[in-house]
Ligand binder design. Structure first.
Ligand code: GRE
Ligand code: ZN
Length: 361
């Protein structure tokens, strides 16, 4: 209820935001242009023809205060995107502009470390997300948020979200209180996800405070560019190394940001594992788990050569389109795919066919 009132007030205030929307997006494109030297024109020729399903898109309940989800990001740097997180009226025309049919959404950075509050907060967020999705038929689908700090309750909330709210997938935001999901205490989540047949999207977030020692004196390495990638890739490798996919072989892990660089490392990971152990305890090679239990998405800003590597390493069936809205502008994300020399058939797989199958859309 509070959220609904909050959103209405926010929408009224968004009259101002609407005026600045094109300035906001223009600025985002300009930044991208400066960084990549890529063209920012939307690819008009394929607009309207291809279904485009973007699978790592964010929203945030409007609390009236700036989100505190990550101390590694300067809120001032994010001031042009943060107002977009809670506003669904503004995002529809932006989706339209880039031919994005459906956004699969998750609340950004939801990791509640306090066990006594987590279940109630997460349930409310999932219910609010279901309400939002219900308001815009056919335009949004959702990931279940989970109170990961309480694994048994998280498994139950996953089941509730899948069976009652229709979220046939979940997104979790990294370690909680310094504990990673390879640990046996979290296995009820893997077990339930496998039983329900739903994939788990492992989204980056800040590493635990003890891990930031290795970035000491280098705040420029914190956040999406590096420390999140390192933490998430390491987390995925811990999950493989712990044998989670041997015990729950039907689970699918989704990694954003081009697989958090794992597709680049396949041969090296197998070689390292061979050198580290005389006798292997895993049933398969690391590269086999990556290619059989992981699918990746194009969220974030990358170059065409990165996408080519990802497709070559993972196979075209395991690469899904994502924008990471509002942190990336949809037209830049589409441009990223359009400027990659791949066939139209492959683009169809990336834009929607793979997502329809993997995310049960
Ligand atoms: C993300 O969701 O991946 C993200 C954020 C904040 C900043 C950058 C970013 O949540 O990629
Ligand atoms: Zn994201």
């Amino acid at each position: 209820m509070e959220e609904r009132i909050g959103r209405r007030v926010f929408l009224r205030k968004a009259g101002v935001a609407a005026l600045t929307l094109s300035a906001i997006l223009h600025r985002t494109s300009e930044n991208n242009h400066a960084m990549n030297g890529s063209s920012t024109d939307a690819p008009r020729e394929s607009k309207g023809k291809t279904r485009r399903i973007a699978v790592e898109e964010h929203w945030m309940p409007q609390t009236g205060k700036p989100p505190e989800f990550t101390p590694s990001i300067n809120p001032a740097e994010m001031s042009h995107v943060l107002p977009l997180l809670g506003n669904f009226e503004l995002r529809l025309p932006v989706m339209e502009e880039s031919g994005i049919t459906i956004q699969v959404i998750a609340p950004v950075g939801i990791r509640v470390p306090d066990r006594s509050m987590a279940v109630a907060i997460i349930k409310r967020i999932n219910d609010t997300q279901a309400e939002i999705i219900g308001k815009y038929p056919g335009r949004f689908a959702g990931y279940a948020a989970l109170p990961t700090v309480d694994p048994k309750a998280a498994a139950d909330e996953l089941e509730r979200a899948v069976t009652q709210l229709g979220f046939k997938r979940t997104m979790v935001f990294g370690q909680v209180n310094g504990e990673y999901f390879d640990e046996q205490k979290f296995w009820p989540i893997w077990e339930r996800a496998e039983g329900l047949g739903v994939p788990i999207y492992l989204h980056p977030m800040d590493p635990p405070s003890w891990a930031t020692k290795m970035y000491e004196g280098h705040p420029e390495l914190l956040g999406p560019g590096w420390s999140w990638t390192v933490d998430t890739a390491n987390h995925a490798l811990r999950i493989i190394g712990a044998g989670v996919f041997d015990v729950f072989p039907k689970t699918t892990l989704i990694l954003g940001h081009m697989g958090e660089s794992l597709p680049y490392l396949l041969g090296r990971l197998d070689e390292g594992y061979r050198m580290a152990f005389k006798t292997r305890k895993l049933k398969k090679l690391f590269s086999e788990y990556v290619k059989e239990n992981i699918v990746i998405t194009t969220s974030g800003r990358y170059r065409p050569e990165t996408l080519i590597c990802a497709i070559s390493a993972m196979g075209i069936e395991r690469v899904l389109f994502a924008v990471d809205y509002p942190f990336v502008a949809p037209k830049d994300a589409v441009q990223q795919i359009e400027s990659t020399p791949i066939s139209d058939t492959d683009k169809e797989k990336i834009y929607h066919l793979n997502a329809e199958r993997r995310l049960k859309l």
